[in-house]
Design a protein around this ligand. Sequence first.
Ligand code: ZN
Length: 545
Amino acid sequence: MASGLLLHETRRLERMAARFAPTPLRVDGGHLSEGDRKALAKLIEAGRVIDGIFLEQIWSGNQRLRHEIEADNSDLGKARQRLFRVSKGPWSTLDGQAAFLPGVPERRPLGSDFYPADMTRPEFEHWASTLPELEEELARGFFTVIRRDAEARELKIVPYSAAYEVGLRRAAALLRDAAALTANASLRHFLLTRAAAFLDDDYFASDLAWMEMDAPIDITIGPYETYNDELFGYKASFEAYVCLTDEEETEKVKDFSRRLQEVEDHLPIDPAYRNPRLGASTPIRVVNEVLAAGDGNHGVQAAAFNLPNDERVIQRKGSKKVMLKNVQHAKFDTVLIPISKRVLPAEARADLSFHWFFTHILAHELSHGIGPHEIRVNGRKTSVRLELKDAYSALEEAKADITALFMLQYFFDNGTLPGGKASEKKLYNTFLASAFRTLRFGIEEAHAKGMAVQLNYLSDRGAFVRRTDDTFEVNFDKIKPAVTDLTRDILTIEAHGDYAAANRMLSELGVIRPEVAQTLARLDDIPVDIEPLFVSADEAAPRHP
Ligand code: ZN
């Protein structure tokens, strides 16, 4: 490349990478026992092994390519290294998986490396339909890859334990080492059963063990999400989250959970639509992330996850939600604070509060569990999800956000939470700034569309006011009744299963109005997300060069 072109290409890659702001993640493990501290170091090493397996899952050329670009210490080489690290391969997750390096397919292969590169959907379907039932199940299963027989060119099934044998044996050994070091029985049980699953591909028992784990070290490690199989959505990608439990926040969630029925009983809807007996809700654990690896450290970082995906486990034990508090804090510092400086008036900026940002997210998750779910329409038993169809996701996200505000206000008013003007100002100003963060996900995304509904509704009610300097402020006399009314409107649409009303609300309010678009345009240079730097992991388990 000519030097002008080289410079141009270097700047282009640097701009792409700048959308992810490097952010150190620190977690204090001072309270851990000696055994747990040693176990933690083993689990961090296991997480790093998972990183290598994930690179192989995405593309067979990934490891070779990584070595190649790591040898290039020019400015261009460094820009490539950084973008490769963030993307876990030569394709950009924020740009429709388009290649940013030369000499690779223009777009990430739809089937990643889960299937032969030259296999088509019809070929797979035809072949799978000829297999005996159990084998077909394996072919479409989470934990196998499809390969081509070298001689006969026939498709064949290879279990993960064989496809990634070297890495999985190493990871299993590290989990067993950690199991021998911890004194916590529930953690030990998960680690031993998961180590066995790495070698025999049967994840059921260890998924159950993961649901029951209650320990100072909170680990999620294995093949889980299927998004990287864009061909069929069958194959699970390896990821790891090595975390420490946040006892205080986990207790707070339990405390809120115990009061959910009381909130349900006070929802601002026709009492006939209230549920007199809420079922068991999804358990929520709050943790701080020491290391994320593989699919879990790839493009935009997860702020929370809900696992497992295996229906057999969900039927037996439900699923568990894990909230990554320090990751959310990093996003708050790196993305929300800069946004607030541009969208809130100067006197409101001091109200921006991570505590209320995070408490609102917790309340949002719990709010999904209250309000109408199983409903009757014209005497017919059905569900909100079925009746609202394509309008459901956006309306349900709006419902969770606004009902969360209603819930926290209810807790303020009833003395469950320390209220008063100061807390209320922090909650609503933080929510207002956060609305603009969410709108940047793109209006077709369910959370963003749901947020547009709220921002426009509350603005029409005079609860959010746009000032002449292009900032937005909260009217504290109007916000509380407006929150109650929007909660009532959305919950009533859900209770009626009223598809037409849902669509009316989304098409009228689920839009970016010109004045909001102007404000959003002023946020363009603020990072989209963080690139976590795992400083505590590197201290606990130094890397060997
Ligand atoms: Zn939600």
